[in-house]
Design a protein around this ligand. Structure first.
Ligand SMILES: Cc1ncc(COP(=O)(O)OP(=O)(O)O)c(N)n1
Ligand SMILES: Cc1nc(C(=O)O)sc1CCOP(=O)(O)O
Ligand SMILES: [Mg+2]
Length: 220
């Protein structure tokens, strides 16, 4: 995937594990979200109540197959071994995870996404060979208990003004109402958990978010 294709794939990025689905079946939630138009998926089976071991692997394999059938890039959060086992399209790592340069070396051909919270971290990720950045939290989030202080879309504008051209998504507390500010600040797309996985209709929520992003004009 070249950089322009990656920008397109990042437009509406669903990040999700079974514990984010408010008791609903994660397979059904992902299927509905794909029907609504998500453009990328990250398997983030993490936090209280997350599946472990074989159950985690089996769910990951089912979600991975679904993404492959529907042509949606499948990214694994944090776990290099799981990414290899599931033959994922990529991995997403944060500042507290394995170094990006090592992931780049050990996972040739995979997309490597890196979390960055300021211009310095963005420059380091770029130097380490990151393919895209996840920048957050844009707004208050109840999904990630150890999230940093809210940054707002201004952090994205600072990265762009500082010369960061890498494909980039905002994450954290994003919904259809505040997504436009994130795109206008310079993001190629938004990454969301609860706005889709906990919506009454994940399909409708995804469709509404995608329409909103397209209506801003960037990448449409
Ligand atoms: C797209 C995207 N951006 C940021 C993150 C957060 O990664 P990290 O800081 O490693 O936190 P965890 O998700 O591992 O708790 C992400 N997962 N995806
Ligand atoms: C996985 C994740 N990373 C964040 C960061 O700031 O890096 S915030 C976050 C959770 C986002 O969930 P929601 O869309 O429900 O707010
Ligand atoms: Mg991580």
């Amino acid at each position: 995937m070249n950089s322009e294709q990656l920008r397109q794939a990042l437009r509406l990025y669903l990040v999700m594990g079974s514990s984010n689905c408010a008791g609903a079946d994660p397979y059904a939630v992902l299927e509905a979200a794909i029907e609504g138009g998500i453009t990328m998926f990250q398997f983030r089976e993490k936090g209280a109540g997350a599946l472990q071991g074989q159950a985690r692997l089996e769910l990951g394999a089912r979600l991975r197959r679904l993404c492959a059938q529907r042509g949606v890039p499948f990214i694994v959060n944090d776990d290099e071994r799981l990414a290899l086992e599931l033959e994922a399209d990529g991995i997403h790592i944060g500042q507290e995870d394995a170094p990006a340069a090592a992931m780049r070396r050990r996972l040739p051909g995979m997309i490597v996404g890196v979390s960055a919270h300021d211009l310095l971290e963005a420059e380091s990720a770029l130097a380490a060979g990151a393919d895209y950045l996840g920048v957050g939290p844009q707004y208050a989030t109840r999904t990630k208990l150890d999230a940093r202080e809210v940054q707002g879309p201004a952090v994205i504008a600072r990265m762009r003004a500082g010369g960061i051209r890498l494909p980039l998504v905002g994450i954290g507390g994003i919904d259809a109402a505040n997504a436009p500010a994130v795109i206008r600040a310079g993001a190629d797309g938004v990454a969301v958990v609860s706005a889709i996985s906990q919506a009454r209709s994940p399909k409708q929520a995804a469709a509404e978010l995608l329409n909103t992003i397209k209506s801003i004009g960037r990448n449409s």
